[in-house]
Design a protein around this ligand. Structure first.
Ligand SMILES: C[S@@+](CC[C@H](N)C(=O)[O-])C[C@H]1O[C@@H](n2cnc3c(N)ncnc32)[C@H](O)[C@@H]1O
Length: 332
């Protein structure tokens, strides 16, 4: 499921030997028997997927696609469809594998369309995607020219989904996923040209520590791409929900865009810019056959979709770019 040697090589080559050395143990612990009751079942499902590969890859369009429908027989496609459905819930996507369309809960392409136009071009860059989900964005980053992309996410189901997509590629690009959280990255690594943290900050109990950790991953002059929930207001406004927010547990801090800019500056980032603020709608996050439970529509007040069921402002997300102090960009 993991190309550990390749990841260690890429890290070491980029001056991150410190992390490369710790990885075997970190990964072994993450995959240790008994850490997740479903891992063996998922592994089994992964191994049972049809043994087909294609060199036909589309990583630059909304749907991340591997292979064409005409490359496999209808019976194999049926088997593929069943195997992929068994790996539910698919939260991030969409994907299409040999004609099987995975209609995920999130239209992740819409977020990518809000983020991508503003980035320091990814061509030739070493990228870290923190909380990468099943890797949808990591494939899009490779499609945008990144030299290599490393995604980290502690969810083992997302690792299995990522491996399912990757195994159908005859010659996969250097896109890798490790089942680790941000805590596993040694502090002050200073190795990545671009670091993404999308949809993670509001889940952190200590947002400043998260921003510090992200800064530590970046080489001097590198770019941070932060995407998170925000509320309206000036730089003094931060919502800390009493309990759930939009039916989500583990939502801690939702700042205004101005407060977020202040946090980033306080954490030593420069050239902090809010490049997008967009409400999340049920067109972007919705129930589908590939996830099988309720979604955003059921988290909004039926009498006032401008509010969550708990009475808070409905979800709005911002994309913020920032730079780690250092020499001016020489790449891209
Ligand atoms: C709301 S999802 C966002 C996924 C994706 N980045 C996106 O923007 O659509 C938050 C992700 O953070 C992951 N996560 C949870 N704890 C984490 C940690 N300590 N370090 C990194 N990622 C974490 C979760 O497993 C989940 O996939």
């Amino acid at each position: 499921m993991i190309s550990l040697d390749r990841v260690r090589f890429l890290l070491a080559e980029a001056g991150m030997e410190r992390w490369a050395g710790r990885l075997p143990r970190q990964v072994a612990e993450a995959l240790a028997p008994g850490r997740h009751g479903d891992l063996e079942r998922w592994r089994h499902l992964l191994e049972g997927l049809p043994e087909v590969k294609s060199a036909d890859l589309e990583l630059t369009a909304a749907v991340v696609r591997v292979g064409g429908a005409d490359e496999i027989a209808p019976a194999v496609r049926e088997e593929l469809h069943r195997g992929l459905r068994a790996l539910q819930p698919w939260r991030k996507g969409p994907f299409e594998l040999f004609g099987v369309r995975i209609d995920s809960e999130w239209r992740s392409d819409l977020k990518w369309a809000r983020v991508a136009p503003h980035l320091q071009p990814l061509a030739g860059r070493r990228v870290l995607d923190v909380g990468c989900g099943n890797g949808y964005y990591a494939w899009r980053m490779a499609g945008a020219g990144a030299q290599w992309v490393l995604g980290i996410d502690p969810s083992l189901l997302f690792l299995v989904q990522f491996a399912a997509v990757r195994r159908f590629m005859a010659a996969p690009p250097d896109v890798h996923l490790l089942p680790l959280g941000i805590e596993a990255v040694p502090p002050g690594l200073k190795g990545f040209d671009t670091v993404f943290s999308m949809g993670v900050l509001y889940h952190r109990r200590s947002p400043m520590d998260h921003l510090e950790a992200l800064r530590g991953c970046l080489r001097p002059g590198g770019q941070l791409v932060l995407e998170t929930l925000v509320v309206e207001g000036d730089e003094t406004r931060v919502l800390v929900p009493r309990g759930r927010y939009a039916r989500m547990r583990n939502v801690w801090f939702i700042p205004s865009p101005a407060a977020l800019v202040n946090w980033l500056r306080r954490c030593g980032f420069q050239e902090v810019r809010v490049v997008d603020v967009t409400p999340t709608t049920p067109a972007e996050q919705r129930s589908t056959a590939w996830m099988g439970f309720e979604s955003l529509a059921q988290a909004l007040d039926p009498a006032d979709p401008g509010k969550t069921v708990e009475g808070y402002p409905a979800p709005v997300r911002a994309v913020v770019l920032a730079r780690r102090a250092g020499p001016p960009e020489s790449k891209g």
